[in-house]
Design a protein around this ligand. Structure first.
Ligand SMILES: *[C@@H]1O[C@H](CO)[C@@H](O)[C@H](O)[C@H]1NC(C)=O
Ligand SMILES: *[C@@H]1O[C@H](CO)[C@@H](O)[C@H](O)[C@H]1NC(C)=O
Length: 253
């Protein structure tokens, strides 16, 4: 199996305490939890797709900041095996494209407290000042400067459990546990790394060309660690949403 380690420093720690907010109206009416699972899933999928764009504008009532882009103070990933041995840090990292995400194949289970779905992002960009050292597809790489990794039609599969607990306010809330994300595919990954090899323009241009010619290998080898870093931060948004809205407000009887 892939041997990678994602280190993530999130300065924006989750605020504790619950706010007992209502489900924001841009998600539409809460779905009925007693509906058969296919019906509940279809309803929740529709609600999610209806609400994503508004949610990414930020919503103070559920403690979600503006996500266009989502800015993370520092993300570091360190990958030690396979064709890519790389330490890569962004400070900060900006993630663009969340607002255009589309959810499909949602399978939510009230009985098991699980949810999984596919998600497609027409363009998904991870950009920001980077620092890199290591080897990519056997070539040595070092650099620091502006960067831009843009995925086209990025397709993800995401799953998690949502156990319930009673908060201090006596109300029941869901949390997110055991989440996992996989890349199901993408139609392209364009890399642009400036400031490679101490600013050597020729070597830098050659490396960018090489990375873009071999984008499928890059997607396979480095994509999972990049997306795992993105998962942790986007998940904090979902966590804030469900930590702010009690279960009886998330779902109708
Ligand atoms: C990545 O960083 C670690 C810790 O600083 C170091 O031990 C390792 O050699 C580095 N790996 C690469 C490929 O530069
Ligand atoms: C990243 O690159 C894409 C295309 O390669 C471009 O459309 C986009 O504006 C860039 N984004 C940033 C933040 O640099």
């Amino acid at each position: 199996m892939r041997d990678f380690l994602v280190l993530l420093v999130l300065l924006t720690a989750l605020a504790s305490g619950c706010y007992a907010a209502k489900l924001p109206s841009y998600f539409g009416k809460p779905c009925s939890r007693s509906a058969p699972e296919p019906e509940l899933s279809a309803c929740a999928e529709k609600a999610t797709n209806m609400g994503i764009a508004s949610l990414t504008n930020g919503d103070r009532k559920i403690r979600v900041g503006n996500l266009n882009p989502l800015v993370v103070p520092r993300v570091a990933l360190s990958q030690g095996a396979g064709q890519i041995q790389l330490n890569l840090t962004w400070e900060p990292l900006s993630i663009y494209g969340l607002r255009d995400g589309v959810v499909s194949n949602m399978k939510i289970s009230w009985a098991r407290k699980t949810n999984e779905f596919d998600m497609t992002f027409p363009t998904f960009t991870m950009a920001g000042p980077y620092r890199a050292a290591g080897r990519i597809l056997l070539l040595p790489i070092t650099g620091a400067g502006p960067s831009n990794f843009t995925f086209t039609n990025l397709r993800l599969h995401y799953g998690y459990e949502w156990p319930l607990h009673k908060a201090n306010d006596g109300k029941e809330y869901a949390t997110i546990a055991n989440s996992h994300i996989e890349i199901s595919g993408a139609d392209g990954l364009r890399s642009e790394l400036n400031g490679l090899f101490n600013g050597d323009k020729l070597l830098g241009a050659q490396m960018n060309t090489f990375l873009n010619e071999n984008w499928r290998d890059l997607l396979r080898e480095l994509g999972p660690s990049m997306l795992d870093a993105a998962r942790e931060v986007t998940e904090s948004v979902l966590k804030n949403l469900i930590a702010s809205v009690p279960v009886p407000e998330l779902f109708a009887p």
